[in-house]
Design a protein around this ligand. Structure first.
Ligand code: ADP
Ligand code: MG
Length: 594
């Protein structure tokens, strides 16, 4: 029989390195822990400096409460925390951290220095070299600076798993973004190699914050919502079905200020969108859910991405109901209003047309706001669809109705039926939407060019060599159209940016078609003449497809957009986008008044 091995206690550093395996995967996970500490400390201004994607340096500086001199070394020792003291604290955690493991873990796999000053100390102190390291005085304002250098310098095996500088930085930036979305009252600055990547001010308000991080395009196509029942409350922005995405990459859900990815939550939201989204499409949302801390257990995952609800069913049903009803646009005691795209970011052109058109053509968001206000005024709980139609119908008072009136219903998923002053308006949904997009792109092209929107993950497209060459040759034109493309191989292109106006489209198909047009129209001189065709093709890609179920607010939004952009009642392909059936025509049809 072989000799039984001896058991021995692991050295402290090794214990921390094992713990680090769970929470420190890459630079982004370090940043998450450091930012959470800064937020827990009440920081209102947080500065993040990064070098080499975070691998060489991550420095987080905050103006929070700081750490007392006597506690500095303790902050670096395992299982030491200022956030909980006993089991009952653990059962109702209000802070982001509570395990007392982050700093010692990070310190065991990188070179960490911690500088801080609390209001109780006359000057700042800095500790380097771990919990038993040297403590020296240092000038520091009230607050804390944590510097992490050379991540995994002592663990080559982990270093090997790190990706390129750009990839690591992308992850890190996404992490900062997620935390910045959770706290609009806190300013954030992110710098990479001393270049400012973004600055988010503490006083800009939640709407600006979300727009800055999720894009104006999301904001323009999102409903702001708020819903409360007893101690449960959810608020935020939910993307309209027209802003759905091919990936679940724009879903930010904060539970008591903590970003979580939870099966129960995503199920509830998926279900709420079920009626209005195509199969395989994913909704976009930024939602803040609050409930009493004792209703959730956050102590189930070391990095705390997952949570456990004490009464999951209730949370699920609450979220489902809130979002579903916000999408339906009706519910008593709840405010639904379209998020207004911040004025400062609109092109002078759109602003102008909007103002000029104001008296007759109320903006889409105004209409949605009216609808919200109306249903609150006449608040009846959980309206039946038929009732909802009636209410919306009551919206068309003969005199001040906009030219295309208000939506009554959708027919076969193809036509919108609306009522205006003269009678019935029939709209071909796809053609109309295509027209709106087309006109907007034409306007943009006549101005500074179509604004581009970066793709979260670049899309690679295989094309013919000839097309790849054309893409390179007409790079400038493609830029003007809102694309950013690079060549990744003889027959491969990489799309990094697409036209922001078009929202969420199949980027590959969009580019392929545009390229095919460019190739057929050959020389640059002819291209200018054919530009409208190219734009038309692109608009067609992004327009709502037939059979997509639209809510009343979406239909009304489209009507308002049509009023603002239409120059003639024709879509790009020469098809009419809407027809008017006025009362006299209808009366004739039924031989009324004869
Ligand atoms: P936890 O956050 O789980 O308590 P950490 O290891 O992240 O554990 O931090 C240990 C302790 O150090 C915290 O409880 C807190 O008291 C202190 N600390 C860390 N970072 C900061 C900071 N930026 N400002 C003030 N105190 C901090
Ligand atoms: Mg912490």
């Amino acid at each position: 029989m072989s000799e039984a091995p001896r058991i021995q206690r692991l050295p402290d550093v090794l214990i921390s390195q094992i713990a680090a395996g769970e929470v420190v995967e890459r630079p982004a996970s370090v940043i998450k822990e450091l930012l959470e500490n800064s937020l827990d400390a009440g920081g209102r201004q947080i500065e993040v400096d990064v070098e080499q994607g975070g691998v060489r340096l991550m420095r987080v500086r905050d103006d929070g409460c700081g750490i007392r001199k006597d506690d500095l070394a303790l902050a670096l020792s395992r299982h030491a925390t200022s956030k909980i003291q006993n089991l009952s604290d653990l059962e109702q955690v209000r802070s982001l951290g509570f395990r007392g493991e982050a700093l010692p873990s990070i310190s065991s796999v990188a070179r960490l220095s911690l500088a801080s000053r609390s209001a109780q100390d006359a000057n700042g102190w800095i500790v380097t070299g771990g919990e038993s390291g040297a403590l020296r005085p240092t000038p520091h304002p009230i607050g804390t600076t944590v510097e992490v250098r050379d991540l995994f310098y002592n663990i080559p095996a982990r270093r090997k798993f790190l990706r390129s500088e750009q990839t690591e930085f992308d992850h890190l930036q996404e992490t900062v973004k997620r935390l910045a979305l959770s706290r609009a009252d806190t300013g954030f600055t992110l710098r990479h190699h001393e270049r400012t990547v973004f600055t988010l001010r503490a006083d800009e308000g939640p709407e600006r914050r979300v727009a800055a991080l999720c894009g104006e395009n999301f904001m323009a196509q999102a409903l702001s919502m708020e819903f409360e029942a007893g101690p449960l409350r959810v608020s935020g922005w939910i993307g309209l079905p027209t802003f759905s995405r091919s990936q679940a990459d724009m879903q930010y859900f904060y539970l008591n200020g903590r970003l979580v990815r939870d099966k129960l939550v995503s199920h509830a939201l998926r279900q709420a969108y079920q009626d209005v989204l195509y199969h395989g499409r994913h909704p976009a949302y930024v939602l803040y859910f609050t409930l009493p801390p004792e209703e959730v257990d956050v102590n189930v995952h070391p990095a705390k991405h997952e949570v456990r609800f004490r009464s999951g069913r209730m949370a699920h049903d609450f979220l489902y109901r809130a979002v579903q009803q916000a999408l339906a646009g009706t519910r008593a005691g709840q405010t639904v209003s379209a998020a207004r795209p911040p004025a400062a970011t609109q092109s002078p052109h759109t602003q102008h047309t909007q103002q000029a058109a104001m008296p007759l053509h109320a903006s889409a968001s105004e209409v949605r706001e009216q609808i919200g206000a109306y249903t609150i005024l006449h608040g009846t709980p959980a309206l039946e669809p038929a009732l909802e139609m009636e209410q919306e119908g009551a919206h068309a008072p003969a005199q001040d109705a906009p030219p295309l009136g208000y939506a009554l219903a959708q027919l076969q998923g193809i036509y919108i039926l609306a009522e205006n002053k003269s009678g019935l308006v029939l709209v071909d949904m796809h053609a109309a939407h295509e027209r709106v997009l087309y006109e907007r792109m034409k306007d943009a092209l006549q101005g500074a060019g179509v604004r581009a929107q970066p793709l979260l993950v670049p899309v690679s497209v295989s094309v013919s060599e000839h097309e790849a060459q054309a893409a390179e040759q007409h790079g400038e034109l493609l830029n003007k159209l809102g694309f950013e493309i690079s060549r990744a191989g003889p027959e491969t292109l990489l799309i990094r940016q697409i036209p922001a106006l078009l929202g969420d489209v199949d980027a590959a198909a969009l580019l392929r078609d545009a390229l095919a047009d460019i190739v057929t129209h050959g020389t640059s001189a002819r291209l200018d003449e054919r530009m409208n065709e190219i734009l038309g093709g692109m608009a067609c890609h992004a327009a709502v497809r037939a059979r997509r179920k639209l809510s009343h607010s979406e239909m009304n939004a489209l009507l308002r957009d049509m009023e603002r952009t239409e120059r003639s009642n024709q879509c790009n392909h020469g098809r009419p986008t809407w027809v008017q059936l006025d009362m006299t025509m209808l009366d004739k049809l039924f031989m009324r008044g004869k």
